[in-house]
Design a protein around this ligand. Structure first.
Ligand SMILES: *Cc1c(COP(=O)(O)O)cnc(C)c1O
Length: 820
């Protein structure tokens, strides 16, 4: 990318003049962020247009990644890095007396996702563009993204995330491509205007879907793909008649009703949902996306849909977009007059499904009533799909009525979205080796027996452009100095760093870089939260959504145990440690919220106890999100990945920690297993019960938490402290938490996630961490070995796996001459 500094400067000034009527000296930080971003967008635009026209010119298969979530974070720094002009732009700005870092911090996160699933979608888009694959995202332009979390009196309080308060400089509204999505109404059969007998819907509620496009800039390539997000609005707008009659609320009722569809992201991470508005959101973006694809196809190739699967691979990110399957059937049959069999043969070659969870409660199912009244024709199509499926199933298992009932897409008054995806699609993938094995052998065993060839594994990954180049420039330079460039597009090249694992100078430099990154995090927390951290201490970090299966509770109970030990035994002298947490809880998830309160209560207590003497500190980082994550991973020494074995599908923060040189303290779960495999177990701290051991206890009902309390008085003391007034004089706040561990509440088994069963093993692993940290050089060596062996965990590798086994798309290279 050629960069014209003079032109950039002129552009920037012109922007400020046009948009804000200001010159540089009058502009505030936000004006500057907006004008700089707009000037960068102008640089992106020609390549974006050229990419689109290349895709039009040589009709080749393209990937469409349908996802209810895209956790993009900020775009400015990432776009500059991928364009290869970050240093140049910083230089130009410096010349104008503008500090890039301050401008960068003005950008709100595009937080259109809950956690791992949404961030994976964002990493995939970056990798697709970087590897020159024609692949795009389709989702929802939520007006409010993931809520802003504030901690008040130790409790999580949710505030709306108004990320579009100012305009978004990256998006382009495409009103010309708006489509209509219909809800409710009655199914009719009869003559359409062109004289065909077809099904259609009468008296439906109509919502307009308008696309907003964001450029996805590849690294060191001309490819710029598209993330297309749909916004809902009313076709009727506001009612002037009612307004004139002073019925103001009624005048805007329809408008509000329609706009509510894309109003807000449901802040629920792998939990039950079942709300009608959520189903509306799902159908809204799936219908709009498929109409968009079909319109484009018909405009270019006419109505010979047999070619459709040759040009489209549609990946369904979890079950949220599965309603796209019957929607494509509806479009093909009701709008283009295809017969069932022809339409179905297209479906079977087009859709592939990714499963993201083994938690039974997270498998999405919809009440028939809700589904049918909202989407009557779609429901009718799902019924017919199921009727045909059951015929097939009965032929295979004629006398197995149990199985027929279990596997029916519709049963017990509900529609099982995962079943629909597995039956209709040609591929089902899990997101780490263990997870895929559990799908095949436990969770989706019936389905694996029926369609073994559909099942495959695609271990998740993360993009090194954001999680290393952009967030950890010093480590990036360290790497390049030793192995040269190239790793930015081929992370396996990091293996070349193994030459340096016994080179003291390299290890000293690595230690200095980690220290500097810790200093930067310390500075950030001083400003943001008035927290004072000791950068000499071990930064022991657990950042992820707050969920019982992720076991932040195990971490806190261990901290309480360490605290007791420190107070009782003055000779106990571990290396100083700072435990850092960051986590949002779903708004209605009471127990998760109690755990946040507990962390903050324990922090308050320990941080203000002089007897601790700086050996222990606990920090809860407010409002954990992508832009904060980028400051945390480079500063971490220890990566806490302590989920109950068998429960975390993959995890991706484990990978971000690894490439940034943190050592994994983790269970044999999800992708942790593959991390230990790549780095060697001796370069991390694996611990805990195995999936098999837990499965066994589960099946035989042999788990008794009481045993563990009796065996370990120090653990019993900690658990008792939840209710004995040590942390809470009312004895009430943590009672439910305590009882859930010891007795089980509301008909649940006690300690569902085996926190107490793993406590001893965790405490022992933590002692090893403390011991290992005393030898700084040997710790740094382990860190470097982790970095050198993190190549597998690039999302570039994941995308190549999807391309080879599922999508079968070819690269389309945009040449410099193609850009006008
Ligand atoms: C990577 C990431 C996650 C996923 O973390 P896990 O530990 O894998 O659950 C969640 N939120 C943010 C902001 C992330 O960057």
């Amino acid at each position: 990318m050629k960069f014209d500094a003079e032109k950039f400067r002129e552009n920037l000034a012109a922007r400020l003049r046009r948009q804000y009527g200001k010159d540089i000296s009058q502009a505030n930080r936000h004006d500057l962020f907006d004008a700089v971003s707009a000037s960068v967008q102008e640089i992106i635009m020609p390549a974006w247009m050229a990419t689109r026209s290349q895709y039009e010119k040589n009709p080749t298969k393209q990937v469409y990644y349908l996802s209810a979530e895209f956790l993009m974070g900020r775009a400015l720094s990432n776009n500059l890095i991928n364009l290869g002009i970050k240093d140049e732009v910083i230089e130009v700005l410096k010349g104008m007396n503008i500090n890039f870092n301050l401008i960068e911090d003005e950008e709100p996160d595009a937080g259109l996702g809950n956690g791992g699933l949404g961030r994976l979608a964002a990493c995939f888009l970056d990798s697709l563009a970087t590897l020159d694959y024609p692949g795009h995202g389709y989702g929802i332009r939520y007006q409010y993204g993931m809520f802003e979390q504030r901690i008040e009196n130790g409790y999580q309080v949710e505030h709306p995330d108004n990320w579009l308060k100012h305009r978004d400089p990256w998006e382009v509204k495409r009103s010309d491509l708006a489509v209509t999505v219909k809800f409710g109404g009655e199914i009719k059969y009869g003559k359409t205007p062109d004289g065909q007998d077809r099904f259609y819907i009468a008296n439906a509620e109509e919502v307009i879907a308008t696309p907003y496009d964001m450029p996805i800039v590849g690294f060191d390539t001309n490819t710029v793909n598209t993330l297309r997000l749909w916004q809902a609005s009313s076709p009727d707008g506001f009612d002037l008649q009612l307004f004139n009659d002073m019925r103001y609320n009624e005048a805007v009722f329809k408008q509000n009703e329609a706009e509510n569809v894309s109003r807000v992201l449901y802040p629920n991470d792998s939990g039950p949902q079942g709300k009608a508005l959520r189903l509306k959101q799902q159908y809204f973006f799936c219908s709009a996306s498929l109409q968009d694809l079909v319109h484009h196809f018909v405009n270019n190739y006419g109505t010979d849909f047999a070619k459709f699967p040759e040009l489209h691979a549609i990946q369904l990110n979890d079950t949220h977009p599965v309603v796209a399957i019957p929607e494509l059937m509806r479009i093909l049959m009701d709008e283009y007059g295809m017969g069932w069999n022809d339409a179905w043969s297209i479906i079977e070659k087009t859709f592939a499904y990714t499963n993201h969870t083994i938690l039974a409660e997270a498998l999405e199912k919809w009440d028939i009533q809700i589904f049918q009244s909202l989407l009557p024709r779609i429901y009718q199509i799902v019924e017919e799909i199921n009727r045909r499926f059951l015929i097939e199933l009965r032929a295979k298992f004629p006398n197995d009525y149990e199985r027929q009932n279990r596997m029916s897409i519709i049963h017990n008054g509900k529609i099982y979205m995962a079943w629909l995806a597995i039956y209709a699609g040609f591929s089902v993938n899990g997101v780490a080796a263990l997870h895929t094995d559990l799908l095949k052998n436990v969770e989706l065993k019936d389905w694996y027996e029926l369609y073994p060839k559909k099942f495959n594994n695609k271990t998740n990954g993360i993009t090194q452009r954001r999680w290393l180049c952009s967030s950890n420039p010093e480590l990036s330079e360290f790497i390049t100095k030793r192995i040269g460039h190239g790793w930015e597009k081929d992370l396996t090249l990091l293996k070349g760093l193994e030459k340096y694992v016994d080179d003291n100078e390299s290890l000293e430099e690595l230690i200095a870089i980690k220290r500097h990154n810790k200093d930067k995090l310390v500075e950030y927390l001083k400003h943001k939260q008035n927290e004072f951290l000791d950068p000499e201490s071990i930064f022991d970090v657990q950042v992820k959504r707050l969920h019982e299966y992720k076991r932040q509770l195990l971490n806190v109970l261990h901290i309480m145990y360490l605290y007791n030990r420190l107070i009782k035994d003055p000779s106990f002298n571990p290396p100083p440690r700072t435990f850092i947490f960051g986590a949002k809880s779903a708004s209605g998830y009471r127990r998760a919220k109690s755990i946040i309160k507990l962390i903050n209560t324990v922090a308050e207590r320990i941080n203000n106890d002089r007897r601790v003497g700086g050996k222990l500190r606990v920090v809860f980082i407010e409002n954990y999100r992508v832009s904060v994550a980028e400051k945390i991973f480079p500063a971490a020494d220890v990566s806490e990945q302590i989920s109950t074995a068998g429960k975390e599908a993959s995890g991706t923060s484990n990978m971000k920690f690894m490439v940034n040189g943190a050592l994994t303290l983790g269970t044999m779960d999800g992708a942790n297993i593959e991390i230990f495999e790549e780095a060697g177990k001796e370069n991390g701290f694996p611990f805990g019960l195995s999936t098999e051991e837990i499965q066994k206890m589960e099946e035989e009902h042999t788990y008794n938490p009481q045993q563990y309390l009796e065996r370990n008085p120090a653990l019993a003391e900690v658990v008792e402290q939840l209710i004995d007034g040590t942390y809470d004089p009312s004895h009430q706040i943590f009672k439910e938490l305590h009882d859930s561990l010891v007795y089980g509440v509301e008909g649940q088994r006690p300690d569902v996630y085996y926190v107490l069963a793993d406590f001893d093993l965790y405490a022992k692993a933590q002692e090893k961490v403390a011991e290992a940290y005393k030898d700084k050089m040997s710790w740094a060596k382990k860190a470097l070995i982790n970095i050198a062996n993190s190549g597998k965990f690039s999302s570039d590798r994941t995308i190549e796996d999807y391309v080879r086994d599922i999508w079968k798309v070819k690269k389309v290279v945009v040449a410099d001459e193609d850009i006008k």
